[in-house]
Design a protein around this ligand. Sequence first.
Ligand SMILES: *Cc1c(COP(=O)(O)O)cnc(C)c1O
Length: 404
Amino acid sequence: MPDTSPATPDFHAHIRSELDAIRSAGLFKRERVIGTPQGPVVRTTDGRELINLCANNYLGLSSHPRVLEAAHEALRTHGYGMSSVRFICGTQDIHQALEQRLARFLGTEDAILYAAAFDANGGLFEPLLGEADAIISDELNHASIIDGIRLCKAQLWRYRHNDMADLARCLQEADAKGARFKLVFTDGVFSMDGTIAQLDVMRTLCDRHGALLGIDECHASGFMGATGRGTHEHRGIFGRVDIITGTLGKALGGASGGFTAARREVVELLRQRSRPYLFSNTLAPSIAGASIAVLDMLEGSTALRDQLEMNTHWFRQAISDAGFEIKPGTHPIVPIMVYDAVKAQALSARLLELGVYAVGFFYPVVPKGQARIRVQLSAVHQREQLEAAVQAFAQAGRELGLVR
Ligand SMILES: *Cc1c(COP(=O)(O)O)cnc(C)c1O
């Protein structure tokens, strides 16, 4: 590209050197191009058929016929897009219906839709809390929570990951500082380890200190708990979480969109003041319509979340039997520990050659010396596919000297 002004050569040289630094640190992310719909098996555009173990397609709804049909139907009845934010002319009956259905499913009074969960978290804190207030946040909370908190004037305490004694210390300190309102906020499930937040303990601590409890349910809504309502159901505190954020882009259909569910007045104030809601286009009608169908399915039957639970249980056992060390737990996120970053990359590359798509994670995404392959199970994985995947792991693991 020709330079467009005297300032541009320096600027673009600077950007290129930033990119070089990312490359030489071994942190450059490349995107593999898929030519099929999302599913238990995908085909890349270079012709490889891969058993897919790295999508957030927990319930297999990304390409489910009923979801597709509902999306088509909404496309026919409500059009392709609204070309407007909600408060000008971007609210249809299906947007309001979806908000009511989400609230019911999650056990709150009301809910508000966003273009993404990133926006739900980004626009959550600033409208609700001010200088006089305290936010108490798990140190490993998602990037969108961190960004949302940055935009808010409340005082911030960070507690050590999943450490309830340290959370209690933060609550005491916030009390001692005379905080007006305190909001404790955590991922319901943490995406790198599949760690499930101790919401029952957290609720008790919050009650003791008069604090609100908020959770991000992106890796939980739709399948955690006996009827898939989320981590609050799993931990026995359904209906007792003050604020829930989540995504329509993972288990609940996998397209895109996010939400915040809370008491009526909280949602009402977010509609008035939350900037990503006020200044960003409304959710596409096809997504709203399909998401209602998703909730119909999940409220009608627990078959999908039950199948996911069975697949998860089977895979965790089988991969352990194959000699791999996994982070213990019950979540469909299964971290297969390799520890060494180079070996994790080699394992992921060899798995790809063997027809298994599973991505390696290493520093800075996880702590140094904690490199791993993160597998994510889906309800639509067939047993034969999971068996083939475990065999591929075993073969690649033997070749690399990771297992015997
Ligand atoms: C994926 C994720 C998000 C972002 O969700 P989008 O709807 O894709 O923006 C936010 N929080 C957590 C914990 C997530 O895992």
